[in-house]
Design a protein around this ligand. Structure first.
Ligand code: GLC
Length: 721
């Protein structure tokens, strides 16, 4: 619902703006790197790629170089927003120029990638999604907003809710995994945590839902690659997560780099106008991805930057992130009648609206150096980061080795065991060296004795902790992998430790599912730690020593072999010849079809028994129940998952579809009756003619602790005529 007072102020301001000033509001500028050297950002990355510079040298160079924020352009009304300007004092200085030194005093809005924390880093989104806990997701978003806004930021390019079914894609790290419902709930919680219900609060952070849409379906898992799918699959599996996040009140949306069925999202009117605004009623701001408008030339859609600008603005794009196409060409396009003044005013209004909603016109200076310092890495934030890490790490194997006994003599192996900076994971742009603590840091803090494993003969110990997996630079954007196998060095290390005859606990750091077969072969226990953030070390020890009982469950399937991608996701279809012993069925000659660890899987130090499943049709849907008992001797939290299957429909339907879940806290021996209500709309799908249909007939309900091991109850579902 638009605020009439704001709309009135927008209209008044528009009436006083020149064409140049309107074009300026559409432009988000980045900070050029100057002074320290005369290399461009792209040249630096190329030097890293061809080995002329290490990543560390590049990071130091980029992070210490003075930035040019193009102050004269700002004074001339040619900049409406910044990307990546961090620091309250620097932001106040630039805001002062915008507010006090431009003709109309329109304030800036400053955006940054606050993806899983700002200084206090929570686990990467794929990890945190394994908590299956919207309340936690919302609390860590609030923590991120408190720190980021104190540092002069008013908008985050988050939540990312791209359903990611192919772990070869590096950006699966930024998602809530392969399921539409979980990505939607994750996005909704993040939007609420960032924005609160009062955007004028100094610690409210505008959320930007991305990447719209279906970026996670890039062909081959290769970043920026084409996305081509049926409209049915798009509507059923990929669109819902964006819709839920937008309807949670997000005030910005970022189109994706990819094309969707041949039309780049940045110039896709069906997406940016028909669906986003027409169907969903979104009245916030759209902002392109970095340079994405100009890249429509590479896509082969625009002949030049002028045409790219025309296509994007007419499709429903409001703000141009750093390409400069709008700034350079909008004036002439309006004068030539290729963009109407009405269309331009719509885009400018969307941007002004967000600035008014944030209160920036009346209250532009939101923080200062003292407030900024006080907001970072507080005890409460560190405790929350530790809780999130404890709830995100998944116990994949435990042959009785864990929990470790206090006092156990530890042999610590693997470079990642001692490298705290690798624990932040991808997209942790504000983190400082030393902020994140490794396993070794945790052992030192707790004064637990350990011996490092080196090339020398193995140390005498009771148990080996072996850190393996990915560095943070191997995950995230532009980090697709053609192989998900562990490195030869990691496999050799695991084997060497195994041959010692001492038990081995593997701790896997990664931003994606990996092929953990060798770890399953050589290790007695496997903890999937992901990139767990600031409190990595302490949280890992909390879990390994059993001070906290693992509860996390996978939100992405773990492949047995890379070649299973991209078909190993849990909500696959059955085919006419489901995999079986008979030769002529849908399978591989050289790999299993089942994942090594299925969606929803995760172990605990206790056990759970499921019994007495029931399901029946009720008014408007299906009601299902099950009894879950804690069969062990310690309290635990079990993520009970409710799936359904439509075994005879008008299009082939998934073998399982997550409909609901509940995290049940259970004392030793305690039983609870868990109930789920599935609305009939959740059973619906699109037929061949794109009609949304809900069938009468048999519906299978499957409930359990993961997508594979479930109890089943059937319902004959007959809709009221
Ligand atoms: C990047 C990413 C996007 C991010 C933006 C600004 O290329 O695709 O997710 O928000 O640029 O850093």
């Amino acid at each position: 619902m638009k605020n009439p007072e704001i709309e009135k102020r927008i209209k008044d301001l528009l009436g006083r703006m020149t064409l140049e000033e309107k074009a300026g509001q559409l432009h988000q500028a980045g900070g050029s790197i100057v002074g320290a050297f005369d290399l461009s950002f792209e040249e630096i990355l190329t030097m890293v790629a061809d080995g002329r510079m290490t990543e560390e040298e590049a990071h130091k160079m980029i992070s210490t170089a003075k930035r040019d924020w193009h102050e004269d352009d700002l004074r001339a009304g040619r900049i409406g927003s910044y990307l990546g300007l961090v620091g309250s004092e620097e932001m106040n200085r630039m805001q002062h120029i915008a507010v006090e030194e431009t003709r109309l005093g329109i304030p800036l809005i400053n955006g940054f990638d606050v993806i899983h924390g700002f200084r206090t880093i929570a686990p990467i989104p794929l990890a945190e999604s394994c908590a299956w806990e919207p309340d936690l997701w919302q609390r860590t978003a609030r923590m991120a907003a408190e720190e980021a806004t104190a540092a002069g930021i008013q908008m985050t390019f988050s939540p990312m809710v791209d359903v990611s079914k192919d772990p070869r894609w590096g950006r699966i790290a930024e998602s809530a995994g392969e399921d539409a419902l979980l990505n939607g709930l994750y996005g909704e919680a993040k939007v609420r945590g960032y924005q609160t219900d009062d955007l004028t609060r100094h610690d409210a952070l505008a959320a930007c839902v991305k990447h719209f849409a279906a970026y996670g379906a890039a062909e081959g898992g290769r970043d920026y690659n084409r996305v081509d799918m049926s409209p049915q699959r798009f509507e059923e599996e990929y669109l819902p997560s964006y819709e839920r996040a937008v309807k949670a009140g997000a005030r910005a949306v970022m189109p994706a780099f990819n094309d969707l069925n041949g039309v780049p999202c940045s110039v896709n009117k069906k997406l940016l106008t028909d669906i986003l605004r027409g169907r969903w009623g979104f009245d916030g701001m759209t902002i392109s991805d970095a340079n994405a408008i100009a890249e429509c030339i590479n896509h082969g859609i625009a002949a030049d930057r002028r045409e790219a600008a025309c296509l994007a603005l007419n499709a429903g794009m409001d703000m141009d992130m750093t390409s400069g196409c709008f700034l350079d060409h909008v004036k002439e396009l309006v004068e030539a009648g290729e963009i109407s003044m009405e269309k331009l005013d719509e885009a400018v209004s969307d941007i002004l609206r967000l600035k008014f909603e944030l209160g920036l016109f009346d209250d532009p200076y939101r923080s200062d150096a003292e407030q900024e310092k006080a907001a970072m890495l507080t005890p409460a934030h560190l405790a929350l980061a530790r809780e999130a890490a404890q709830k995100s790490m998944v116990l994949l194997k435990n042959d009785g080795l864990l929990p470790l006994k206090e006092g156990a003599r530890i042999g610590l192996a693997g470079a990642l065991a001692s490298d705290g900076d690798e624990m932040s994971g991808t997209w942790a742009g504000a983190v400082q060296p030393g902020d994140c603590r490794s396993i070794r840091d945790g052992l030192d803090e707790e004064k637990i004795s350990y011996a490092m494993v080196t090339e020398e003969p193995l140390p005498d110990c009771d148990v080996f902790l072996c850190a393996i997996g990915e560095r943070k630079a191997e995950s995230g954007e532009a980090a697709s992998r053609a192989s998900l196998e562990l490195t030869d060095a990691d496999i050799a290390l695991l084997k060497r430790l195994k041959e010692s005859g001492k038990p081995v606990a593997a701790v896997v750091f990664a931003g994606r599912p990996l092929c953990l077969g060798p770890a399953a072969e050589y290790a007695d226990a496997i903890l999937m730690a992901w990139h767990p953030g600031t409190e990595a070390g302490p949280a890992i020890l909390d879990l390994l020593f059993g001070r906290v009982n693992p509860s996390a469950k996978l939100t992405a399937s773990f492949p047995a072999a890379t070649g299973q991608c991209p078909t190993l996701y849990y909500d696959h279809i059955r085919t006419g010849r489901p995999a079986g012993k008979f030769k002529y069925t849908s399978k591989y000659l050289d790999a299993p079809v089942e994942p090594l660890f299925p969606f929803g899987f995760g172990l605990s130090y206790t056990g759970y028994r499921y019994s007495d499943i029931t399901a029946a049709q009720t008014e408007g849907g299906i009601h299902a129940e099950i009894t879950v008992q804690n069969t062990g001797d310690r309290p635990g939290s079990e993520i009970v998952q409710c799936y359904f299957r439509d075994p005879a429909a008008r299009r082939v339907r998934p073998v399982r579809k997550l409909a609901a879940f509940e995290k049940a806290d259970l004392q030793p021996g305690e039983s609870k009756r868990i109930a789920f209500d599935i609305p009939e709309t959740a059973l619906g799908y699109y037929d061949q003619d794109m009609n949304f249909v809900i069938d009468d007939g048999l519906i299978e309900i499957h409930i359990g602790g993961n997508a594979r091991d479930t109890l089943q109850a059937d319902v004959r579902f007959i809709r009221e005529k």
